[in-house]
Design a protein around this ligand. Structure first.
Ligand SMILES: C[S@@+](CC[C@H](N)C(=O)[O-])C[C@H]1O[C@@H](n2cnc3c(N)ncnc32)[C@H](O)[C@@H]1O
Length: 479
């Protein structure tokens, strides 16, 4: 039987290890009341042992909280999670963090904050109080709020006056990526979430794999896929915000993610790597820079390829422009639902592509590549490998994929997913809502690839809980 103290002891043991790691790094354990966040000041770093201890603390603390709190209350708190997202969205849109910047730890009265942010103090107060109860902003004295470590991340790097005068350039500073993400989640994600059941319960949509029969279509009352919807002139602000969020999210990924995604050195000189659905070519450039003997072709839809060509033209990007001039990187317009024009490439690389699509659509993409593949071709898929929330032992799971990291749990923990603090599962929900897409478990990948004529040869993972995308290498099999 699990006692509360068993859980508490697990937390204690791992907190001691984290304290020691902070001492060894010469940093203080950060306070949630710190006035600002600075990169590198988190307890978390890239040390795997630190990551493991954090996951255990997270998991044990969440299990402890869910155990001691009244069960109906735990469920209601979960169901009300969307209100926090809405509150953070309002705070970021009204520029509250910027309004509080000057007043430091003393903070500002809610009436003054509301006046600066041009809103009603009686409406803003409950919003800030909900956030403060989650350590985003701090109520320093009654009705007086100040910034803290978490709310400082909402600061877009401009004054309230500038932001109000030029709203179209509110995300122009590098620090605005976090606010772009908060506003995307509080706008699109929240709207889509509210329409998920409507999409699932529509009798004509329930079993549809079409990417225009999902929550996004109900939420925005459109027949267009989300990507086509975004391309409409009146959706420009949302689309730009999405791109800024994606670009800033890349910074949180492990820096060696791409170099470790495949044994690039094993390829012969002038081997062709096709980055299918490669966007504007960021990843193609990374591969080509690290492996100057390869020829990398980035394929994407015509509009994206055109934008990409402009992007690698400027003076500040001479390195990239010269790789294009030398033919090391090229950009090619191509729709991956049609026949693949490059035959027998050494590698077809698909990063963050398949998760956007249902199984039916993914099979089409994979089969088009399979038809172009030669006997020595490798397929590299980079996506999350979604962990099961239950523990799977080697005895019960017969999947044998070299490199697959089976999650483990110290007793008395019972929920693998809790250690991830939800992240891969919320991503899976987003994929479902934006286009009937899927984040997939290892067995799901094995099945899907096999059906398209590929055998999953190995997987490279930096962690077992999908905090980073994994890289799956497959080889063609007879169809
Ligand atoms: C999530 S992004 C991933 C981009 C890039 N691989 C990365 O990881 O940064 C998905 C990409 O698929 C592209 N895409 C969507 N539909 C496509 C299609 N039918 N043919 C080719 N590319 C497509 C999008 O334009 C977008 O660049």
């Amino acid at each position: 039987m699990t006692s509360l103290t068993t859980l508490a002891q697990l937390i204690l043991k791992n907190c001691e290890a984290l304290d020691a790691s902070c001492v060894a790094r010469g940093i203080a354990v950060p306070s949630l009341d710190d006035l600002a966040y600075t990169p590198g000041s988190d307890v978390a770093n890239h040390d795997p042992a630190v990551g493991e201890a954090i996951r255990t603390v997270t998991n044990a603390a969440l299990q402890l909280l869910s155990t001691v709190r009244p069960t109906p209350l735990v469920l209601y708190s979960l169901a009300l999670g969307g209100t926090v997202s809405a509150a953070a969205h309002v705070a970021a849109e009204l520029h509250v963090a910027e309004a509080l910047k000057e007043s430091g730890e003393k903070g500002l009265h809610i009436n003054d904050i509301a006046a600066k942010c041009k809103t009603d103090p009686l409406k803003l107060a409950p919003i800030l109080r909900l956030l403060a109860s989650h350590w985003v902003f701090k109520e320093v004295t009654p009705d007086v709020f100040a910034n803290n470590r978490m709310s400082s991340l909402l600061d877009k790097g401009q004054s309230v006056e500038e932001l109000q005068k030029y709203p179209e350039s509110k995300y122009s500073k590098p620090s605005a990526g976090m606010a772009a993400g908060i506003n995307h989640f509080g706008d699109e994600t929240l709207k889509l979430s509210a329409h998920l059941y409507e999409a699932l319960s529509d009798p004509d949509w329930t079993f549809s794999s079409a990417s225009n029969k999902c929550a996004a279509n109900k939420a925005f009352n459109t027949d267009l896929t989300l990507w086509k919807f975004y391309e409409q002139p009146e959706q420009r602000e949302r689309y730009d915000r999405f791109k800024i969020m994606m670009a800033s999210a890349e910074k949180f990924q492990a820096p060696d993610l791409i170099s470790k995604s495949f044994d690039w050195m094993s390829l012969p000189k002038d081997a062709v790597v096709v980055d299918v659905g490669g966007g504007m070519g960021n990843i193609s450039m990374l591969i080509a820079k690290a492996n100057p003997e390869l020829k990398v072709v980035c394929q994407d839809l015509p509009e994206t390829i055109e934008t990409g060509k402009g992007r690698w033209n400027g003076k500040e990007r001479e390195g990239e422009a010269s790789m294009i001039a030398a033919g090391r990187v090229s950009l090619q317009a191509y729709d991956f639902f049609s026949a693949q024009p490059i035959k027998n490439a050494s590698v077809y690389f698909l990063k963050h592509v398949l998760h956007d699509w249902s199984d039916a659509a993914s099979l089409e993409i994979l089969r088009n590549i399979r038809a172009a593949a030669g006997p020595d071709t490798k397929l590299v898929v980079m996506d999350k490998v979604l962990p099961y929330t239950c523990l799977v032992s080697e005895d019960t799971d017969t999947t044998e994929v070299p490199g697959y990291m089976r999650p483990t749990l110290p007793a008395p923990l019972t929920n693998v997913g809790a250690a991830s603090a939800g992240f891969p599962y919320t991503a899976a929900m987003q994929m479902l809502m934006i286009g009937n897409g899927q984040e997939r478990t290892i067995n799901h990948f094995v099945r899907l690839l096999k059906e398209a004529g590929w055998k999953l040869e190995c997987v490279r993972q930096s962690d077992a809980l999908a905090q980073n995308p994994s890289s799956l290498t497959a080889v063609p099999i007879p169809i």
